[in-house]
Structures are given as structure tokens and as C-alpha cells.
Design a protein around this ligand. Structure first.
Ligand code: PHE
Length: 346
């Protein structure tokens, strides 16, 4: 009886398989622990008759060694399998790159503009986007019946009852920041004010209901139009290249006198004329002029002592020229394919 049992356990031992340490430990317990199958057989051995003792003793010892060898062999297999898995992981390999966002082209160009003007001695100023009539229009010398004060051109904010609050508006230009700076600071003043502005326009490829401007303001004693021209020439050459030329055309703004619009020589054809500049060789980039003495007085600055210049440029316009983005709407649609094109731009 014991002989058959030994044979059966031996047959089982030969077939043993374990996939991991846990399964192996279960097998060890099943066969070799104090309550395991082999120990049970050893206990039965006590009752075996004297003449069978030798033969069965040898068989039992053999079974025990076989079992131990098998367990050891399985353990080795499991360990080499784990080691193989471990070596598949290359810890020296560089990690997969984390996808990074890119700077918006408007931010890139705005930063470039800020960089140029801060090198020329301008500091940064800021003002609210939701403004009052006083700073956007009145202090900027707009006549009471100026069309910009009309709802066709400017967004007015409604009060909680839904009626239009004529005094609360979304600023339609960053010139409002001029008024805010002059209220709090006496000359010399040399600031640029980048920011978003809003106009009641139908959204098309060429117009949008919001866009971005950078306002410039310099007020001191003896500031002349020549100073304005020189600073704008430096800006144009830094932004579009050393060969860039500028041209000033007379214009009108309520807050500057004289006023001008500035063109740069077309950087695509170098001024020879192409479809981009409509064969004129020039493209318009900003409005500027000498601060109207009325504006200085309205903002508490003595116009007999001080004079100044101001300019305002559209960041979208400059970005269009630099990167040839034809459709303004692309700047606010946030299409990743468009935004990702600016990864290496800066
Ligand atoms: N505020 C003007 C505009 O929005 C630009 C400008 C600013 C012109 C300063 C002259 C001086 O069109």
C-alpha cells in the first residue's frame, strides 16, 4: 500500500509546474511541509513490517530528494524568468517626451514687441478691458457726437436689468491706458501698454470683434515728431529687418495732432511691389502722432511745459506680416495644427 502511494507521489512530483513563487510555495507546503504528503508517508513508514523497511526506506528517501530537487529546479526557472523580464526594461533609455504646449503666435509677437521697446527705455503699463467712457473717449478728446461712441462701433455693457449702461464699455483701443497712466504719473512718462481691445465688427477673415494692440506713450519736455519717427524706425528695423524703411502718411485721430499712419517697405518683395502689398511696395502697420495738448490738459499735465508722442499698433497686423497668417479668425480658433506651427518660431 505504502509502496503504491510512494510511486504515485513520485509520479506527481515529476509532473509539477509552478509559474511564480506563490505557486511554488504552495507545492512545497503540499509535499514537504510538516503536514505535507511526503511527511505523511514517512509517518506511515513506522508501521511497515521489518522485511519491507529497507526497500521502502530507500524509496521514501529517494522520493524526498526528488521532491526537493524538483522544487529547487522550479525555483531556479522562476528566478531566471523574472530576471529576463527585468532585463527587458532599459533603465538608461530616455523617457518619452511629454508633449508641451506652444506659445500662441500673438503672445510670441507681443513678447517680441515688448522686448524691443523695453530695450528702448519703455516700461510696461496696464489697464482694465472693461472701461468707462471717460478713459476710452472723453479724456482722449473724442467729441460728444463722435461715431466711435455709437453702439455700431463699440460694445456697451448691460446692467443687471438688461438696459445698456452708456458709461461701461469694452475698451475699443488701448489709448484708454494712456489716460490712466497720465492720471497717476507726471512726466517723464515712457510706457507701452499691450492689451486686448473690442470692436463691434462682423467676424470675417479681415476683421474680428476683438484683437490686440500695443499702445506707446512718451511725454517729456521738448519731445518732437523727429523723436517719434526715430523710435518707430528702430522698431520697424528690429521687427522686420535692418533694411526696412518707413513712410508716414498724414492721418487723423482725436487724441493726436498732427497724426500719421505708418507704412513699412514690403518685406516680401523688398519694396518692389507684389500681390501682398498690392504692388505699392508698402504695408501699413500703425497709427501715431503728437499727443494733442487737449489730452494732456484733460489728464492733468501742463501742455505748455510738456509735449509727447503716442502710437498704437495691432499685434495681429504685425503677426500677419511676419508669419503671413491670412485669416484673422485663426488666431482665436485654437486649432492645434495652426498653433503647433509656431513651435520653433521662438
Ligand atoms: N488708438 C488708435 C487706434 O486704435 C491707434 C493710435 C494710438 C493712434 C495712439 C495714434 C496714437 O486705431
Amino acid at each position: 500500500m505504502l509502496k503504491e502511494n510512494i510511486q504515485q507521489v513520485l509520479a506527481e512530483i515529476e509532473q509539477l509546474k509552478a509559474n511564480n513563487e506563490k505557486e511554488l510555495e504552495d507545492l512545497r507546503i503540499k509535499y514537504l511541509s510538516k503536514k505535507g504528503a511526503i511527511t505523511n508517508l514517512m509517518n506511515e513508514f513506522r508501521n511497515v513490517s521489518a522485511e519491507q523497511k529497507r526497500e521502502l526506506g530507500i524509496a521514501l528517501n529517494k522520493l524526498k530528494t526528488e521532491a526537493q530537487d524538483k522544487i529547487n529546479q522550479l525555483r531556479e526557472q522562476i528566478q531566471t524568468k523574472c530576471a529576463a523580464v527585468d532585463t527587458d526594461i532599459d533603465l538608461t533609455r530616455t523617457a518619452y517626451p511629454t508633449p508641451l504646449g506652444t506659445r500662441h503666435p500673438i503672445s510670441l509677437v507681443r513678447n517680441e514687441i515688448i522686448d524691443i521697446f523695453t530695450r528702448l527705455g519703455f516700461s510696461l503699463a496696464d489697464g482694465p478691458e472693461v472701461e468707462d467712457d471717460l478713459h476710452v473717449f472723453t479724456k482722449m478728446n473724442f467729441a460728444a457726437d463722435h461715431p466711435a461712441r455709437d453702439m455700431q462701433d463699440t460694445f456697451f455693457v448691460e446692467d443687471s436689468k438688461g438696459s445698456v449702461e452708456k458709461n461701461v464699455i469694452l475698451r475699443s483701443h488701448t489709448s484708454s491706458v494712456q489716460a490712466r497712466v497720465m492720471e497717476h504719473q507726471q512726466p517723464p512718462i515712457r510706457v507701452i501698454c499691450p492689451g486686448r481691445v473690442y470692436r463691434n465688427e462682423t467676424i470675417t477673415a479681415r476683421a474680428h470683434c476683438f484683437f490686440h494692440q500695443v499702445e506707446g506713450l512718451y511725454i517729456d519736455k521738448n519731445v518732437s515728431f523727429a523723436d517719434l519717427k526715430q523710435v518707430l524706425l528702430l522698431f520697424a528695423q528690429e521687427m522686420f529687418g535692418k533694411d526696412t524703411q518707413i513712410r508716414l502718411r498724414p492721418s487723423y485721430f482725436p487724441f493726436t495732432e498732427p497724426s500719421a499712419e505708418m507704412d513699412i517697405s514690403c518685406h516680401i518683395c523688398g519694396g518692389k511691389g507684389c500681390s501682398f502689398c498690392k504692388n505699392t511696395g508698402w504695408v501699413e502697420i500703425l497709427g501715431c502722432g503728437m499727443v494733442d495738448p487737449n489730452v494732456l490738459e484733460l489728464c492733468g499735465i501742463d501742455s505748455k511745459v510738456y509735449s509727447g508722442y503716442a502710437f498704437g499698433l495691432g499685434i495681429e497686423r504685425i503677426t500677419n506680416l511676419k508669419y503671413m497668417v491670412k485669416d484673422l479668425r485663426m488666431f482665436s480658433e485654437n486649432d492645434e495644427r495652426f498653433l503647433n506651427e509656431f513651435v520653433s518660431a521662438n
